[in-house]
Design a protein. Structure first.
Length: 173
């Protein structure tokens, strides 16, 4: 199974999870190929005003201009990673989903946040996917990211579920 981990990260937390997922997936036998693709938000988001505008863009569900390298239709499973801004997925990931939702064969999602409700975020993503279902979903909050044992425990649980994804269907709900 070919797996793409596509992510956007402003502070490095989501990037950390994406890199750790790729490393661990590549170590799994049985022919799984894992590639990584950093999604770049081309909108300037630096400084305090960039922080404020980023939160507003996330909260209002705005799209942005992005750049990515890999094509998701070349993969059996796409895992998307995003930070949560003002209780919403980042504009870069929303844009990526909107542009590529018809290319996803199977889809999973992971997020990093200061403590957002995972079910609300899952509902947002399912709405953008227009009925296609997220097969796997995991989130790391600030506590998880600071506590290495909690971080690794969640990472391993997520990986175990991902290993079983290839036997499940990607169906509309």
């Amino acid at each position: 199974m070919k797996i793409l981990i596509a992510y956007y990260s402003k502070t490095g937390h989501t990037k950390r999870v994406a890199i750790d997922l790729v490393k661990k997936l590549k170590a799994i036998p049985a022919g799984r190929q894992a590639d990584i693709d950093e999604i770049v938000d081309l909108k300037k988001r630096n400084g305090i005003w960039g922080f404020i505008k980023s939160g507003l863009d996330g909260m209002k569900g705005r799209l942005t201009e992005i750049k990515s390298q890999k094509k998701p239709n070349n993969y059996d499973l796409v895992l998307l990673g995003t930070p949560i801004w003002a209780g919403s997925i980042s504009p870069a990931i929303k844009t990526y989903i909107v542009k590529n939702k018809n290319s996803f064969k199977k889809f999973g999602f992971f997020m990093t946040s200061g403590g957002s409700n995972l079910e609300i975020i899952k509902t947002q993503i399912n709405t953008i996917l227009e009925g296609k279902k997220v097969l796997e979903f995991e989130g790391w909050d600030d506590v998880d990211l600071k506590d290495e044992s909690k971080y690794q425990e969640k990472l391993e649980r997520f990986l175990e579920r991902i290993k079983r994804v290839d036997t499940r269907e990607f169906k509309s709900t």
